[in-house]
Design a protein around this ligand. Structure first.
Ligand SMILES: [Zn+2]
Length: 396
């Protein structure tokens, strides 16, 4: 029976080894001989620093994952590890067991590569606590560490800490969105608690932004909360939305929606918009200039009787939860760059019938706002809307 050292020696006689200098030169060359560089170390080693452009296939997953990384068995492949031993075993597996034709192991591994003065990428990493907290995200290839880091860097503004804002804020906080802005000038009322689950009975009478902040911090202390205890209007909107990557629209009135639309078309900030009434919900993503805006969908305000802010309307308590979590999902997709965002599509949810319907929404080439150069939209033009009291009076 061979010892480990003898086995390694035998393996190294069977495979090709290349010096880091040669690998460096091959990687620089733009021609077809450029090899695929594969890092076969463990996840944490890769995260601590790797050679730029390397793909990561840990040796323990080599047989099952290498085809995903290098599908063409004729392509030159260079494997490396820390010192050149694990990559030698991996090279042997690739050429003997899996039929790769041009495999080499890099002598001395990344240690010698660094000694030769070549560049290493040290990616930002999650802390041990974050790795554990977000482990179920990291396991998803669509999110992974890169997506989680994007979430941690993201700034999301929530308009309204009410029915829609409550579940959205809680789940975005749980997902690790780095900064949440909350805009709401209301205080918690006992009639809110049937659906506004971020608030609690003992916080009745407390400002909603303060109550929401308390719940967010209890769930995830890493999240930075910026509070705006005010009503959004034309005089403050540009300052408030400044610096946010995505806006979650949970406002309950049409004038603010038009104002928000016009401001975000100017700043090119995507808005994830939802509305609810009774048992019905609507959802869409307005990505200025990539898809239609709110005015393309509703060139004129919807009938006044559908305006929730015109009076107290009934709503199934669960419905804002459903729609708010669909909003949170779209926000995470936009930030992580995963999946197909709901741009140019309007999702209608009928809770009583348990059906969803999707409508296509097209950009209006004549849209008074988004058909224009965003810089040409003036302050005076933002949020132009018919007289609101007259509008609500129409609701009867
Ligand atoms: Zn438009």
């Amino acid at each position: 029976m061979a010892t480990g050292a003898e086995l390694l020696r035998n393996i190294k006689e069977q495979i090709k080894e290349v010096d880091p200098r040669e690998v460096h030169d091959q990687l620089q060359s733009g021609n077809g001989t450029r090899p695929v560089l594969v890092d076969v170390r463990e996840q944490h080693e890769f995260e601590d620093g790797h050679i730029p452009g390397a793909v990561h296939v840990p040796r323990g997953h080599l047989e099952t994952r290498i085809e995903g990384a290098v599908s063409d068995r004729g392509k030159p492949v260079v494997l490396y590890c820390t010192s050149g031993n694990r990559s030698a075993f991996a090279a042997d597996t690739l050429q003997r067991a899996l039929g790769y034709e041009d495999v080499a192991s890099m002598t001395g591994g990344i240690t010698l590569w660094k000694d030769r003065g070549f560049e290493v990428d040290v990616p930002r990493a999650l802390s041990a606590e974050q790795r554990s907290r977000y482990s179920r995200h990291v396991l998803l290839p669509e999110i992974g560490i890169a997506g989680q880091l994007k979430l941690l860097d993201a700034k999301v503004l929530l308009l309204g800490a009410g029915g829609l804002g409550s579940p959205t804020a809680l789940y975005l906080a749980a997902a690790g969105v780095g900064k949440l802005g909350l805009v709401d000038d209301d205080v918690v009322d006992v009639s809110n608690l049937q659906r506004q689950v971020i608030h609690t009975t003992d916080r009745v009478g407390v400002a909603k932004v303060d109550s929401a902040e308390e719940s967010i911090k209890a769930l995830n202390p890493d999240v930075e909360v910026e509070k705006f205890n005010l009503r959004l209007d034309a005089s403050n909107i540009m300052d408030i939305i400044d610096g946010y990557d995505v806006i979650v629209d949970g406002v309950d009135n049409f004038p603010t929606r038009y104002l928000l639309n016009d401001a975000t078309v100017r700043t090119k900030t995507p808005v994830v918009s939802a509305s609810i009434l009774g048992f019905d919900g609507q959802l869409s993503v307005f990505a200025p200039h990539d898809g239609p805006c709110y005015r393309c969908l509703y060139p004129t305000p919807p009938p006044a009787e559908l305006a929730p802010s015109c009076g107290a309307n009934g709503v199934l308590g669960v419905l804002p939860g459903t729609m708010g979590l669909l909003q949170a999902t779209e926000v995470i997709k936009l930030i992580a760059g995963a999946g197909e965002p709901l741009i140019g599509r309007l999702l209608l949810y009928d809770a009583l019938a348990a059906t969803t319907t999707e409508l296509k929404v097209r950009r209006d080439p004549e849209c008074p706002i988004c058909s224009r150069d965003p810089d040409s939209i003036s302050e005076e033009e933002m949020g132009v809307f018919p007289d609101y009291e007259a509008f609500c009076a129409g609701a009867g």
